[in-house]
Design a protein around this ligand. Structure first.
Ligand code: ZN
Length: 294
């Protein structure tokens, strides 16, 4: 059986994994994201010290990035505002050092592929994976293929109606202010209410507002992409009761218009948490490595 390396390259931490799937994770390590040199070298050393040969390596990274294998920038993070990381060649350096094929995509496309192989996306060909955490991102499969197109989706940066009387918070996104990420990511919650989200009680008005922004976004995605399921991951979704509020508001906003039992009757299995839990990211990277061989 082929064994793969996977890197979930996040803006705050890297998770490196060796294995072939959820029942076969042989080694795992995590460390903070510092400079590209230091962080990428640490990942390379981890894989070089594994006893067994790896068939391929997958990297599911924060973006924006270049996921096109035919592009000269394939394997690079591109225009990130994260200091030092713009045009960091994470994929090229790792693949050259290990001498094996590379799978490279966004963290959310990676997580979607992992969910497709082993989790909440099994058996579906068109579904979305969104992460609601330090940032907000979305990816997924469309007719059985990871979404790319022009570059890759940037679902966290769609614009939403923003009632400034009800919510005067100007938004957290350095590019757009009050886009979806600017209004609803973890740091936006903290900055709007002055305390970390996880310390806000389940009945705090913060969660009604958060659910509303997420539901507005989901309704836009449902109407444009017609996903068969939406998987919501990321730290903010750990908030008790939040996903139930989002489901209810999505039904309310759609107002019966989309005549599918998935939405009208089975919303609990239509908007779901990741089947792979907090391993969705690392296993997504393993799934990208596996796909790089096919
Ligand atoms: Zn934005």
């Amino acid at each position: 059986m082929a064994i793969f390396g996977g890197i979930e390259a996040g803006g705050t931490k890297f998770v490196c994994m060796v294995g072939s799937g959820p029942d076969d994770i042989r080694k795992e390590t995590r460390f903070p994201t510092t400079t590209p040199d230091e962080t990428i070298e640490k990942a390379i050393t981890f894989f070089q010290q594994q006893g067994e040969p790896l068939a391929a390596v997958g990297i599911a990274a924060f973006g924006p990035l270049d996921p096109d294998p035919n592009s000269p920038d394939f394997g690079k993070i591109t225009t990130t505002p994260k200091p030092g990381w713009a045009y960091a060649d994470i994929g090229g350096r790792v693949a050259r050092a290990l001498g094996i094929p590379l799978g490279f995509d966004t963290d959310v496309n990676g997580a979607a592929l992992g969910e497709y192989r082993w989790g909440a996306g099994c058996g579906l060909d068109t579904f979305l994976y969104l992460t609601i955490g330090t940032g907000i991102g979305g990816g997924g499969l469309m007719s059985g293929k990871l979404m790319h197109g022009l570059i890759h989706p940037e679902m966290g940066h769609i614009r939403l109606p923003h009632d400034l009387v009800r919510d005067p918070y100007p938004g957290h996104c350095p590019f757009h202010g009050d886009c979806l990420e600017g209004l609803a990511c973890g740091p936006a919650i903290e900055s709007r209410w002055g305390v970390r989200g996880e310390t806000l009680a389940a009945d705090h008005p913060a969660w009604e507002l958060e659910a509303e922004y997420l539901a507005l976004a989901l309704v836009n995605f449902i109407c444009t992409l017609s996903p068969q399921r939406i998987i919501l991951g990321g730290g903010v979704m750990a908030q008790e009761g939040l996903i139930e509020k989002v489901r209810q508001k999505v039904q309310g906003l759609l107002n019966g218009y989309i005549k599918s039992p998935a939405i009208l009757e089975q919303i609990d299995t239509y908007i779901v948490l990741p089947g792979l839990g907090n391993q969705a990211g690392g296993l997504g990277a393993i799934a990208l490595a596996e796909a790089a061989l096919s």
